[in-house]
Structure formats: C-alpha cells, structure tokens
Design a protein around this ligand. Structure first.
Ligand SMILES: C[S@@+](CC[C@H](N)C(=O)[O-])C[C@H]1O[C@@H](n2cnc3c(N)ncnc32)[C@H](O)[C@@H]1O
Length: 320
C-alpha cells in the first residue's frame, strides 16, 4: 500500500452531518453539460451512472442517433437505472469498474462498432442512494445501524467487517489516518481490535459506536459525526478508490477519441490532487490539453440547492 497522502488533504473537506441530501440530484449539472458539450449523434460514456441523473441530460442531448454507455460497479443501482431508460435502445447500461473501461468496451464490442468515445464523465465516490438504501453499511447514522458492514460497491471486494478482522492494528491505523485524515487513528484502531477480541464488529452501528467511544462528543464542535472520517477511510480503502481513479486516468486515450473530453468530478482534495497531477503529466507528454487550469466549483446557488456540490470540483481534459 502507498501511504503518500497527507492527512491534512482530507481534513477540511468532509460533508457535515446534514449535508447529505436524501434525494439524489446530479451535482454541477450545468457545468458538466457545458464542458462535456454532448452533441446529437455522439457516443458518450458515463463511468459512474448510478441513478442516471447526469445520464438523463446527456441522453436527451445526444438524441436517438447517439449512443450512451453507462457503467456502474453497483449492480443494484444499475438495475434501478435500467428501469429509468427502459425501451431506449441507444442507452447501454453495463456493470463494471471504470478502472477496467478499455476491457469493458472491448468485451462489449463497443470499440469495433463505435470506436472510442466523444466524451467521458466520471462522478467519483458514492451516492445518497448507497448511503440510505443499499443495505451495505455505508452510513453511520442511527437508522442504518443494523446494516452489515460491507461498504463495498461490488461483491468482488473484501467487506469492511473482514478487513477489521484480518488487518493488524497498525495497518488499520494507517488506513484510518491515510484515507480519512483522522488524527485519532491509532486510538480508534486499538479500540476496534480490543472490541473485536471480545465481539467481532459486524454492523455499521457497531463500528460507529466503537469510534464514538474513543472520540469526544465535542468532536469538531459537532460539525461532523465522530465516525465520519473513519467511515470515509474504510470506504475508500475497501473499494480501492484511489487506485481505480489512477488507472482510469492512465487509460483515457484508450477510451476517448482525439478531440473528445474527459470530465472528472471529485469530492476531496486527495482525489482532486490525483486528477490534477495525472492531467499535468499527460499534458507534458502532449496526450491531452488541460481545459480547466483550475478546478471548477459549484455556484453559490448550486451549493445552496444541493449540499453535496459543496466539495465537488470538476477538472476537464481534451484528448490530443
Ligand atoms: C456520485 S455517484 C454518481 C451519480 C451520477 N452521476 C448521477 O447523476 O446519478 C457515484 C457512483 O459511482 C459508482 N462507482 C464507484 N466506484 C466505481 C468504479 N470503480 N467503477 C464504476 N462505478 C463506480 C458508485 O457505485 C456510484 O453509483
């Protein structure tokens, strides 16, 4: 594992307790549509289609002659999304990891029939549906406390309850520190292991209670739940989120045709830093032009209407 990230990168950009909306709204939709600029007849890929919020706007723009491919690693969400686009033969919804997009395109004969895409959208992380309706233990909130502590998008990944059992105390502390920016990582890791020796942690509520037992109720002046950073850390680690992102960025030219754009939305500065550095090195190699010199953020109005957009940042590159 690579422990290169700085904890302060993650420290200030977590959503507050009341910032997760219960109905999913696509973030920065206007900005996405402006940068991606889908045209009638084009071939657009959404690597994180989820409930199809951005997808619906893209599908409308490319029209019946265009092709939309939506990928998601979460089978349950993909099934829901299929219902939204039923009867639309130009909408292809596929299960898979965006880190494997070139292979997914090849396997589904997309390259042979359509070539590379005119544009790619990736809206990183997880959605409110996963928090509130997946039953996979993503949430530390009281009402979801009995959910099994999986926190994985796909069953191929090791669930968090197993990670807690198998990893050493030191390794757990490193995960919590590195991917959660949590200063109390060592104390939390010790409490997890101490608890696990008597009673294995199996549910999201059990993990949240162990974290809360270690941290003060005045944690961050009540701005965020004490379990926020630990949950974020295990979600990122369990799904290999940063590795997936790096692989996707290394594959852009295999996915998108010359002149096509990659629009990436990230939610914390570690992700944004990975996108920024990958774009810089691809630009140096003359493989892309960077369209957004600085990351683009939501307008005040957007942030007011959709709290999830508060920490969202868009970076865009055009393939040369
Ligand atoms: C923030 S949501 C996307 C929301 C979507 N843009 C919309 O407007 O409805 C992120 C989605 O990415 C999916 N996801 C996370 N990691 C993934 C991966 N490596 N490959 C494919 N999908 C992934 C999650 O399952 C989730 O559905």
């Amino acid at each position: 594992m690579n422990w290169e990230y700085n904890m302060m990168d993650l420290a200030n950009d977590l959503p507050g307790i009341n910032d997760i909306p219960s109905v999913h709204q696509p973030v920065l939709l206007n900005e996405v549509m402006t940068f991606l600029d889908p045209q009638p007849g084009q071939f657009i890929i959404d690597g994180t289609v989820d409930g199809g919020g951005h997808a619906a706007a893209i599908v409308e723009r490319i029209g019946a002659k265009g092709t939309f491919v939506g990928l998601d690693w979460d089978k349950q969400l993909l099934e829901r999304c299929k219902k939204r686009f039923v009867g639309q033969s130009n909408v292809i919804l596929l299960h898979g990891n965006y880190a494997e997009l070139p292979e997914v395109m090849e396997k589904n004969d997309l390259v042979k029939s359509l070539g590379r895409a005119d544009g790619l959208l990736v809206d990183l992380g997880f959605s409110s549906e996963q928090l509130e309706a997946s039953g996979r233990g993503f949430s530390f909130r009281e009402e979801f406390k009995d959910e099994p502590l999986l926190m994985t998008y796909d069953d191929s990944r090791t669930p968090v309850y197993q990670i807690l059992r198998e990893e050493s105390e030191e390794s757990l502390a490193n995960i919590i520190f590195e991917f959660g920016g949590e200063r109390a990582s060592r104390r939390i890791a010790k409490a997890i292991k101490d608890h696990g020796r008597k009673n294995a942690i199996k549910t999201s509520g059990e993990l949240a209670d162990v974290v809360r037992s270690v941290l003060s109720t005045k944690y961050e002046h009540g701005r965020i739940d004490p379990a926020t950073r630990t949950f974020q850390a295990f979600r990122i680690y369990a799904n290999g989120e940063l590795e997936n992102l790096k692989t996707l960025l290394a594959n852009l030219e295999k996915i998108i045709k010359t002149g096509g754009k990659a629009v990436i939305i990230s939610f914390h500065s570690v992700e944004d830093g990975i996108v920024k550095r990958a774009f810089q090195s691809l630009a140096k190699e003359s493989k892309i032009t960077i369209v957004t010199k600085k990351p683009v953020e939501g307008t005040r109005e957007e942030i007011k209407n959709n709290p999830r957009s508060r920490s969202a940042k868009i970076r865009v590159a055009q393939i040369i």
